[in-house]
Ligand binder design. Structure first.
Ligand code: HEM
Length: 413
C-alpha cells in the first residue's frame, strides 16, 4: 500500500484565479500524474472517471461525518444548525426530504413545462432581437431558469431582482467550511443567508392557509402535517431549491453558447440539423459543465489508486476532470455536438453527480437549455463574442458573470 501522498494543490488551488478560466490542462495533469491526491487543507481528490463514478455510487460514503457533522463543523455549530438542505444530509433524512419534492422533477412532470419554457424563451429573444446585441447571461441564461423555478416553487417572479444577488453569494456557503475564506466573503454569505431567510419566511407566512399546487404549497402542506418536515427544514428546502434551480443552469446555457460560438462549425451543424440539440446539450454538460467538483465523506474505509482513505475523510470528486478522461471518452478535448447522437452514444458524463444525490433537477436543466440554446441558434445568426476572455465569478460555480454578443436575426426563423 502506498504512503499518503504529499499534500499539494498541483496547480488547482481554488484561491488562485489564474487557472479558473481554463482549468482543463490542470485537470489533465492531475488525471495523468496525480489521479488520487491530497490538498494542503486535507481533502482527497479523485480525477479519473472510474474512481469518480465509484465514489459517487459508493454506499460507504455520504455528505456528513459518521457523527453527523459537516467537515470543520463544531459541536456548537451542529447544535445550532436546525434545518438542512437535502444535498447536505444522509439517509434516512435525505430519503425523506428528497421524496417530498421528487414527483415534481420526473421526466413526465418536467415535460409538461415545455410550452411555458418555450414562451419565456421567445419573449426574451423578442426583446433583444432589434438591438442586434445582448448579454447571453442577463438576457437569456439567467431569466429562463429563474422564471421557471420561481413558477414551479410559487415564488413571485417580479421579486427576482431582490434575490438574484443573494442566491449567487449564498453558493459560496458550500465551500466556506474549509475555513480559509476572506472575511469579506464570509460577510457576504451571511448577508445573503439572512436576506433569503427573511424573504422566504415572509412568503411562507403569506402562503399559509391558501391552496397552491406548486412546490412551496406541497412543502407547506408537508410541514403542517407535522412529522414530515420541520419549519426550519421547510425554509431551507425552499431556499435551496431556488438556488439549485437556476444558479447552475445559468452556467450550462452560458458556457454552452460560448463554446458553440467558439466552434462555428458545430453551431452551423446544429442549425442544419436541429434534432441534434439533445446531444448538443449533453456535450455542453460534458465539455464545460458549471459544477466541476462535488464532495463525499467516507463512512467506510476505501482504497483508491493504492491509497487507503479512512473513515470521515473528505473526498473531492472531479466531475469536470472525469468528463475528459481519455480512458472513457474518445478524443475528449474535442467539442462534438453529435457525440451523444451516435450509436452507441458516448458514455454518460458526471456533470450531474451520481448515486443518491444525483441532481434532482437534471431533466429540468436539460429541457430549459435545449430550448434556450436551440431557439437562440435558430433565430440569431453571425453570433460573435464581444469579449475574448470570459468574465467568471458570478458565484462559486463555473458560471460567467456576463457574455456580451453581437448577432444578426435570421429572417423568418
Ligand atoms: C445545468 C444545471 C445543473 C447542474 C450542472 C447541476 C448539478 C448538480 C450536482 C453536481 C449535484 C450534486 C450531485 C452529487 O453530489 O452527486 C446536484 C444536486 C442537486 N441539484 Fe442540480 N444541477 C443543475 C440544475 C438543477 C436544477 C434546475 C435543479 C432544480 C431544482 C437542481 C436541483 C438539485 C438538487 C435539489 C440537488 C440535491 C439532490 C440531493 O441531494 O438528493 N439542480 N446538482
Amino acid at each position: 500500500m502506498k504512503r499518503r501522498p504529499e499534500p499539494d494543490w498541483h496547480g488547482a488551488d481554488p484561491a488562485d484565479a489564474s487557472y479558473l478560466d481554463d482549468p482543463y490542462p490542470v485537470y489533465r495533469r492531475l488525471r495523468e500524474e496525480h489521479p488520487v491526491s491530497l490538498t494542503p487543507d486535507g481533502v482527497w481528490r479523485l480525477t479519473r472517471h472510474d474512481d469518480c463514478l465509484r465514489m459517487l455510487r459508493s454506499t460507504g460514503a455520504g455528505m456528513r461525518r459518521t457523527d453527523g457533522r459537516l467537515p470543520g463543523q463544531s459541536d456548537e455549530e451542529l447544535a445550532e444548525e436546525r434545518g438542512q438542505f437535502m444535498l447536505l444530509t444522509d439517509p434516512p433524512k435525505h430519503t425523506r426530504l428528497r421524496k417530498l419534492v421528487s414527483k415534481a422533477f420526473t421526466p413526465r412532470a418536467i415535460a409538461a413545462w415545455r410550452p411555458r419554457i418555450e414562451t419565456v424563451t421567445e419573449e426574451l429573444l423578442d426583446r433583444v432581437e432589434a438591438r442586434g446585441e445582448m448579454d447571453l447571461i442577463a438576457d437569456l441564461a439567467l431569466p429562463v431558469p429563474a422564471t421557471l423555478i420561481c413558477e414551479m416553487l410559487g415564488v413571485p417572479v417580479e421579486d427576482r431582482d431582490r434575490f438574484t444577488g443573494w442566491t449567487a453569494d449564498a453558493t459560496h456557503g458550500l465551500a466556506l467550511r474549509r475555513g480559509h475564506a476572506p472575511p469579506e466573503l464570509v460577510a457576504r454569505v451571511e448577508k445573503a443567508r439572512l436576506g433569503l431567510a427573511a424573504y422566504f419566511s415572509e412568503l411562507i407566512e403569506k402562503r399559509r392557509g391558501r391552496d397552491g399546487d406548486d412546490l412551496l404549497g406541497a412543502l407547506i402542506a408537508a410541514e403542517e402535517e407535522g412529522d414530515r418536515l420541520s419549519p426550519e427544514e421547510l425554509l431551507i428546502q425552499s431556499i435551496g431549491l431556488l438556488i439549485a434551480g437556476f444558479e447552475t443552469t445559468i452556467g450550462l446555457i452560458g458556457n454552452g453558447l460560448t463554446t458553440l460560438i467558439r466552434n462555428p462549425d458545430e453551431i452551423e451543424r446544429l442549425r442544419a440539423e436541429p434534432s441534434l440539440i439533445e446531444s448538443a446539450v449533453e456535450e455542453c454538460l460534458r465539455y464545460s459543465g458549471p459544477i466541476t467538483w462535488t464532495v463525499r465523506i467516507l463512512h467506510e474505509e476505501a482504497e483508491f489508486g493504492g491509497h487507503v482513505i479512512g473513515v470521515n475523510e473528505e473526498v473531492a470528486v472531479g466531475l469536470a476532470a472525469a468528463n475528459r478522461d481519455p480512458e472513457h471518452f474518445s478524443d475528449p478535448e474535442r467539442f462534438d455536438i453529435a457525440r451523444y447522437a451516435e450509436d452507441p452514444p458516448a458514455p454518460a458524463h458526471l456533470s450531474f453527480g451520481g448515486g443518491a444525490h444525483l441532481c434532482l433537477g437534471a431533466h429540468l436543466a436539460r429541457l430549459e437549455t435545449q430550448i434556450a440554446i436551440g431557439r437562440l441558434v435558430e433565430r440569431f445568426g453571425n453570433l460573435e463574442l464581444l469579449e475574448e476572455q470570459t468574465t467568471w465569478g458570478r458565484s462559486l460555480f463555473r458560471v460567467p458573470a456576463r457574455v456580451p454578443v453581437r448577432f444578426r436575426p435570421i429572417a423568418g426563423a
